[in-house]
Design a protein around this ligand. Structure first.
Ligand SMILES: [Zn+2]
Length: 327
């Protein structure tokens, strides 16, 4: 499926010969004062031929676990060890990253609703366009590293094409191989890379590496193991992937709300298996009295909860992934 005719890996003006590595930038426009907007990119072209993996991080500007995964992969994978090619973008959403926020401040649009991008679109759509046209479409497999923003969330991998998509099984297999233990298999909103790339024949996953401010070492370790699993399983590097024998798959979320406003004292932890009616949290009023017990409306996995332990009436206590299946 690789599109280049020779064994050189070419991304815009960057040329990476077999057995070498190139670091550079992709120019995607400029700021009002003329400062260029440049997306960093690393190409590794293996000594031996093979397939091409595209790996990106920081599509949402405050999701930093992915870049720590990228750094470890870049330290580990040398051209001598690699069979095939790696295209790595450590920071997709450079402007959001500098602002320490999720969205690009120029257009205030979520990057992961912009793929495959538009040449004459908004700032985020242009970044998506340049990456998609010049880098992503060279790939045979694609990994888009995310996390649940700064909100605590389990480590999971998302498959964002629907069951009827031609590449659904290939994407689900890539998610299984990543091997983080939990998979959301649910068609996502339009504009996600994990839909746009499968639409041109590239199996793609969206690992969600927990959720935190800054870096979470546990999530980062799982992300590193996941990318190495993919590299081993699909023959990019030597070694046996470390894939759990059984992984949990859900296909939707139930949002759990509080009736009373107050402070949330959780009775469960992320990853807990809840049965219908299990108590999730006590709500205490401002004086510390219990005013409500919030129970699980369905059986499922306790998947995520807000950062702050207080809610107004109708506020979110957490999300439950359901129904529980295994792969
Ligand atoms: Zn994200």
């Amino acid at each position: 499926m690789s599109k280049t005719k020779t064994r050189d890996l070419v991304v815009n003006s960057l040329v990476c010969e077999p057995g070498t590595r190139v670091e550079g930038h992709l120019s995607v426009g400029n700021m009002s004062d003329g400062t260029p907007i440049r997306v960093p990119i690393v190409l590794i072209n293996g000594k031996q031929p093979g397939k091409t993996l595209y790996l990106q991080a920081i599509s949402d500007g405050n999701e930093l676990n992915g870049i720590a995964v990228v750094h470890k992969i870049l330290q580990t994978i040398t051209p001598a060890k690699l069979r095939g090619r790696l295209i790595v973008v450590p920071i997709v959403n450079v402007l959001a990253f500098h602002a320490k926020q999720a969205y690009n401040p120029v257009d205030n649009v979520k990057m992961n609703r912009c793929f495959p991008g538009r040449a004459e679109g908004t700032s985020s759509q242009r970044i998506a366009y340049h990456l998609f046209q010049k880098a992503i479409q060279h790939a045979d497999y694609c990994i888009d590293l995310h996390q649940g923003g700064v909100q605590p969330m389990i480590n999971e991998v998302r498959v964002r094409v629907g069951e009827k998509h031609q590449l659904h099984n290939a994407c689900l297999e890539l998610a299984r191989v990543f091997g983080i233990g939990y998979i959301l298999d649910q068609k996502g909103p339009k504009g996600q890379l994990a839909q746009a790339a499968p639409d041109i024949g590239i199996p793609t996953i969206d690992p969600e590496l927990g959720g935190t401010h800054g870096w979470d070492n546990n999530s980062i370790k799982k992300g590193i193991r996941g990318v190495l699993n993919v590299l081993k399983y699909y023959g990019f590097i030597e070694g046996k992937p470390d894939i759990p024998a059984q992984q949990t798959v859900v296909n939707r979320f139930v949002t759990v709300l509080s009736d009373k406003g107050g402070f949330v004292y959780y009775k469960v932890k992320l990853n807990d298996h809840l049965k219908t009616g299990d108590p999730i949290a006590e709500i205490r009023d401002v004086y510390g009295n219990v005013c409500e017990v919030v129970n699980s409306p369905e059986e499922g996995i306790f998947w995520s909860h807000p950062v702050y332990p207080m809610v107004a009436s109708g506020g979110i206590i957490g999300k439950i992934g359901t129904p529980i299946n295994f792969i």
